[in-house]
Write a protein that binds this ligand. Structure first.
Ligand code: 4AD
Ligand code: MG
Length: 451
């Protein structure tokens, strides 16, 4: 019977005739037997296999070098060694795929920069195996969170003709026959890879009430930071009949729920992060789950920054964007907890955000967390047709392109709100990993696009 290493190591009783397949981590030979460690990526641990000289397939053992793919069949017996309960006494071995002696992954620990250069092999290391299993777990936790709250999962398009954030940071979509003229393009107009599924998400919220999207988004920002990628995944819930406060409440609940899912997950992967990546991780995540987030208006945040006496690289002042150094001061030093900042100046935010009664600010909010800064950005949307068209005029947006979006304000408009959470940023938060490139299977950043 075929079993994963995870099933075998987590099993509760001895078993006979079990087959395990995976890649060799190490092999030691003695006169009477060989000792192999097999990892199949199902969990952090490897299975120790004892293969006596002379068993079926033993003649291939010299080919079973580090990195080779093998299959081992035998009985599971209690392990006398420390650290694991079960080991395999093999009755047969099979070499499935060889690896040359100069296998790039050696027993010593390799740095993440080196491993990024061999992106096709890095999931075979302990750290990246743990990161990508956690990424999968986190994705399931996202769906569970919304499923439990009756949100409908909507697939919004990847190719679009609108620029949701109005920042002009888009990758254009062209065919090889493109002449550069909009009317000759494949779609009869200029199109891009989406920067956000929000606008299309709003149409579904204004029909199905509570929805979310979860998919890839693309930004041609020339940002060389450890928190920006050109291709990343975003989760965007949108709720009809909801205001900014309801939006902030959901965002806080969401961040807490995902954090808890990882804290409650398998101990081996989390233990690796807590031991080798970030020693303060467990404590910080417990704090995130247990304590309410701080809430500050943008104006309060600016006052705090002005009074901080800190010498920031970027200027602080009402009307200026909060830079990462400002965000990190607020969350790491001033609040010492996650903080939701709300009511930002209208001038620095996109056209769709709802104008507040003060006529200076909009009902926007960002969730900032220690170590990273912004992980969630959202707002209540402008549901009043006249204010929305006024905003679009100011931003030079065409009413023709966005007529479908304006229709939502013509036919049964409702207050509605939502947010976007950067999936990789949440993953960085729960693993303690400092560079976004290390939580993406194949990172795309300015100047790099690996296999
Ligand atoms: O704040 P942003 O730009 O908001 C929007 O796109 C809204 N349309 C969302 C909405 O209201 N539905 O992006 C949302 C989040 C950020 O808080 C950040 O976590 C992440 O997406 N993000 C990035 N993550 C990685 N690399 C980048 N270049 C990112 N840009 C934004
Ligand atoms: Mg933002």
């Amino acid at each position: 019977m075929r079993r994963s290493v995870k099933k075998v190591l987590g099993g509760s009783e001895a078993a006979e005739g079990v087959t395990v397949q995976g890649w060799v981590r190490t092999r030691r030979d003695s006169k009477e037997f060989s000792f192999l460690e097999i990892n199949d990526g199902s969990c952090l641990g490897s299975l120790q296999v004892i293969a006596d000289v002379g068993i079926e397939g033993y003649d291939q053992v010299l080919g079973m070098t580090t990195g080779a793919a093998i299959r081992a069949t035998g009985n599971l017996v209690e392990s006398p060694g420390k650290g694991q309960k079960w080991e395999m006494q093999a009755s047969s071995l099979e070499l499935v795929g060889t690896a040359p002696e100069e296998y790039p992954l050696q027993k010593k620990r390799h740095g993440p920069e080196f491993l990024r250069e061999i992106a096709h092999l890095r999931p075979r290391t302990n750290l990246f195996g743990a990161i990508f299993r956690t990424r999968s777990r986190l994705a399931h936790a996202v769906h569970r969170f919304f499923e439990e709250r009756e949100f409908v999962y909507v697939h919004t398009p990847i190719i679009t003709a609108n620029d949701c954030e109005g920042a002009g940071e888009m990758f254009q979509v062209k065919t090889q026959a493109s002449t550069g003229k909009a009317e000759d393009e494949f779609f009869g107009k200029t199109t891009h890879l989406t920067v956000s599924g929000q606008l299309e998400g709003e149409t579904f919220a204004c029909a199905l009430s509570n929805i979310y999207t979860f998919g890839p988004t693309f930004r041609a920002e020339n940002s060389h930071t450890a928190r920006h990628a050109a291709e990343f995944w975003m989760i965007e819930p949108e709720m009809a009949f909801c205001n900014l406060e309801g939006d902030m409440d959901l965002a806080e609940e969401f961040v807490k729920s995902l954090t808890k899912a990882i804290l409650d997950g398998p101990e081996d992967d989390f233990g690796l992060f807590a031991k080798f990546v970030d020693k303060g991780l467990a404590e910080r995540l417990k704090f995130i789950v247990e304590r309410p987030f701080a809430r500050l208006s943008y104006s309060e945040a600016v006052e705090i920054l002005e009074r901080s006496g800190k010498d920031f690289d970027y200027p602080v002042g009402w009307g200026e964007n909060l830079q990462s150094e400002h965000e990190r001061y607020l969350t790491e030093e001033h609040c010492k907890s996650p903080v939701t900042v709300y009511d930002y100046p209208e001038a620095i935010k996109p056209f769709y955000m709802r104008r507040n009664d003060d006529e200076k600010t909009v009902a926007a909010m960002d969730v900032l967390v220690p170590g990273i800064g912004e992980i969630v950005g959202g707002s209540q949307r402008e549901e009043r047709l006249d204010v929305l068209t006024d905003n679009m005029k100011k931003d030079g947006l065409s009413e023709e392109v966005y007529c479908w979006y304006l229709d939502l304000r013509r036919y049964g408009t409702v207050p509605h709100a939502g947010f976007g959470a950067g999936f990789e940023r949440v993953l960085m938060m729960v693993t303690g990993v400092q560079n976004i490139r290390d939580v993406i299977p194949y990172p795309r950043t300015p100047g790099t696009c690996g296999p």
